[in-house]
Design a protein around this ligand. Structure first.
Ligand SMILES: [Fe+2]
Length: 238
């Protein structure tokens, strides 16, 4: 249904209107400063927001939550910059998914879902072809892997999954649940925490989940510290 050859994306994606003008930029410069949100990234994101249900607000919240976890983990400035790029661009491969699928109001068919599940691979190829973004190509490819190995496209398991992707998985789920979608209303903070707990150790890295919940507790001024043992206890009680 969709032409996924690389030249197709070059021609179809308006992001590449600026692509050839920035090829000589050094990606380390990008990672060292605030210039990572440069023209090519902004254009890629504008295309994504125009085609899909993704929003700038979602990207900004993702970046904020990922940074909170990254700071708690004392990630290096390079790792933090890569985390920012991943938070902003993880779904960029959706620009290569057919509009009828991206904007379908109801549930996807099995065939449509298979097409949608190609977006990590498409996004990774876009990043590989863009010198400033090649550093996150492998991260984009792995952003739908699951801790228990049932994710896609490669079925990576546990710490085989890059740390940045394990951080993104928890924050993406939190943001999706706490904001209204066309097909359902937002869950409460408490309901969302319960969902995260229920999926820690299967969908999510349990230690990253524990850390993020602690950060949220501080931000929301709710419960005190919750450690990994507490999460396992809660899971046993469910
Ligand atoms: Fe995605």
């Amino acid at each position: 249904m969709v032409d996924t050859s690389f030249p197709f994306y070059i021609l179809r994606c308006s992001a590449f209107c600026v692509y050839t003008n920035i090829l000589t930029s050094c990606h380390q410069k990008l990672l060292n400063g605030q210039s990572y949100r440069n023209a090519v990234i902004n254009t890629l994101l504008a295309t994504l927001y125009e085609k899909s249900n993704e929003t700038e607000e979602h990207s900004n919240r993702m970046e904020k939550h990922c940074h909170s976890i990254g700071r708690a983990l004392r990630l290096s400035s390079k790792e933090m910059a890569e985390l920012s790029l991943l938070a902003l661009l993880h779904d960029i491969g959706k620009v290569g998914v057919h509009l009828d699928i991206l904007q379908k109001p109801g549930p996807l068919t099995t065939k449509e879902w298979e097409e949608m599940k190609r977006h990590p691979e498409i996004g990774s190829r876009i990043a590989q072809a863009t010198p400033e973004l090649s550093v996150v190509a492998d991260l984009i490819l792995a952003h739908h892997e699951r801790w228990d190995g049932t994710g896609y496209p490669r079925g990576l398991k546990g710490e085989e999954i890059p740390l940045a992707c394990r951080i993104l998985a928890v924050t993406d789920a939190y943001d999706a649940m706490t904001n209204d979608r066309a097909y359902r209303a937002a869950k409460s903070h408490e309901e969302t925490i319960s969902e995260l707990l229920g999926n820690a150790g299967t969908q999510f890295d349990p230690q990253i989940t524990a850390l993020f919940i602690n950060i949220l507790h501080v931000e929301h001024e709710t419960d005190p510290y919750m450690g990994l043992e507490d999460i396992q206890e809660v899971r046993r009680d469910r």
